[in-house]
Design a protein around this ligand. Structure first.
Ligand code: CA
Length: 236
């Protein structure tokens, strides 16, 4: 086991983190059902054989990453930059027609506990949706700093590559062993664990729980509320 894996796999509560890196969709916002439905409609329009469940399976990839995942299988090649732009614009337009997604139950409580502990709070998301990024401040006023938000626009390679989480560590001025990641998607967990970070999986979607553990999550919980409760008893 290399040093980075050792810091990713430890006992819950065996260290006190200096920072917590939160994924956004499916963690801070209950936005994944909406994203999945929009991806399904987009896949159908462009002749890609994938559905809403596949969107959950590939959650965490950038728009380009998701499109190419299925383009390679169905078209025998990756999508061109122009195709990616058109397809992602179509999906974004569908998503923006939906009612705004709600805050994830328990997220506000957990963020306040983390803040109370004096730990840094960062967001590391594969999303590039301007509407959601700006909504962070509206929904969770005073919690986030713009310089501590990493979006798909900041990294060439999205999750499951470790790059977005490594950039988050760099921006926060912290090492992997000083952080905890909160993720809901298997590929997001994979990215965080590859970056050497202790990762909590919160299973807020339809996938089986063991996918998060198999991806490397050291702890798997059913909800953000459950994590908030555990946080309170561990760190306060
Ligand atoms: Ca997510």
């Amino acid at each position: 086991m290399n040093p980075s894996n050792q810091s990713a796999h430890r006992e819950w509560g065996s260290f006190r983190p200096k920072a917590v890196l939160f994924d956004m969709d499916g963690v801070l916002f209950d936005s994944m059902p909406g994203h999945a439905v929009c991806w399904e409609q987009t896949f159908q329009k462009y002749g890609l054989h994938a559905n809403a469940y596949d969107a959950f399976l590939h959650e965490g990839r950038t728009g380009e990453g998701i499109i190419n995942q299925f383009a390679v299988t169905d078209w025998g090649r990756e999508a061109t930059k122009e195709e990616v732009a058109e397809i992602y614009a179509y999906k974004s337009q569908l998503f923006n027609q939906l009612p705004e997604s709600k805050k994830m139950a328990g997220a506000q409580e957990l963020l306040e506990l983390v803040k109370q502990c004096g730990m840094k709070i960062l967001v590391v998301t594969g999303s590039g949706q301007a509407s959601l990024l700006s909504r962070l401040e509206t929904n969770y006023p005073g919690i986030f700093k713009p310089e501590w938000i990493v979006s798909s626009k900041d990294c060439e390679r999205g999750k499951p590559f470790p790059d977005p989480y490594l950039l988050g560590l760099e921006r926060g001025g912290i090492s992997a062993s000083e952080a905890i990641v909160v993720e809901n998607a298997p590929l997001g967990v994979e990215a965080a664990v590859k970056a050497g970070i202790f990762t909590v999986g919160v299973n807020t979607g339809p996938l089986p729980e063991q996918l998060l553990a198999q991806a490397g999550a050291s702890v798997v919980l059913p909800s953000m509320s459950a994590l908030a409760e555990l946080w309170r008893t561990t760190y306060l």
